[in-house]
Design a protein around this ligand. Structure first.
Ligand code: SAM
Length: 236
């Protein structure tokens, strides 16, 4: 079975299409995140990385965005403000961590956010609707890829972004080998947007670590089962 995403235009999700439209979206994004207190030093996805998600997903105007892995809710708050007309469903596994309370406090006034606790590998497939955008930042590695693939298989998502694909990591190598239309946040086309992080990071001489997004459009050259079998052996 070759995967299909009815109602979406895959060309919108290429790295060149994204880079072409991103500059025009930068001023509005900058204004939106200007309403959020900077929170450098606590981890979470950098503003320049979230900008790629924003520029990739905005043309699809999703009614719902599913987030897996909330921690302190930095990315959740950016999603809530950037997609004010969408419902943001955010799932976090660890209810006991102090991050959970920090996220609840941070997000309590956001009317379009629903905070859930549990394993997103069970919850996301139940909540996925046609046209949803998906951001996975936990689970990681091959577990995240398996979840992304299971969601894409339904044909419902307009876009699936997965965080933490640094160069030479096993999960990155897997995508580079098997998913030719996927692209990554550290592509030279996007480096200019890291200036956003300078503006948001008040620390002197910060040593920033970028997790790096993989943007996974529907696979074009392999069927779901071909990738799934390769994933099984790669993870094993
Ligand atoms: C890097 S943090 C998320 C940071 C957040 N996205 C941000 O930018 O502020 C990863 C989170 O994913 C959560 N996580 C890991 N596996 C998960 C799963 N299967 N379902 C839901 N959350 C999960 C972890 O508990 C952790 O809080």
């Amino acid at each position: 079975m070759i995967l299909h995403m009815p109602g979406t235009a895959p060309a919108l999700l290429s790295k060149t299409a994204l880079a072409d439209r991103a500059d025009a979206l930068l001023p509005e994004y900058r204004e939106i995140i200007g309403s959020i207190l900077p929170e450098a030093g606590f981890g979470g996805i950098w503003e320049s990385e979230m900008f790629l998600f924003y520029a990739a997903v905005k043309p699809f105007a999703p009614k719902q965005i599913l987030e897996s892995g909330r921690a302190r809710g930095k990315s959740t708050l950016i999603l809530a403000r950037c997609f004010a007309d969408a419902r943001i469903i955010s799932i976090e596994y660890d209810r006991q961590s102090e991050n959970a309370a920090a996220a609840e406090a941070k997000l309590k006034s956001e009317r379009n956010v629903e905070l859930l606790y549990g394993d997103s590998r069970e919850i996301l497939p139940q909540r996925l609707q046609p046209g949803d955008a998906v951001l996975i930042d936990g689970p990681k590695d091959f577990r995240a890829l398996k979840l992304a693939l299971d969601l894409l298989r339904t044909g419902k998502p307009c876009a699936v972004f997965v965080h933490d694909f640094p160069p030479n990591s096993p999960q990155r190598k897997f995508v580079e080998r098997n998913w030719p239309n996927a692209f990554f946040g550290d592509d030279p086309l996007f480096q200019r947007f890291q200036s956003l992080d300078n503006e948001r990071d008040p620390r002197p001489n910060p040593q920033r670590r970028y997790g790096i997004f993989a943007c996974l459009p529907r696979p074009v050259s392999l069927s779901y089962w071909q990738i799934r079998i390769r994933l099984f052996f790669a993870a094993w």
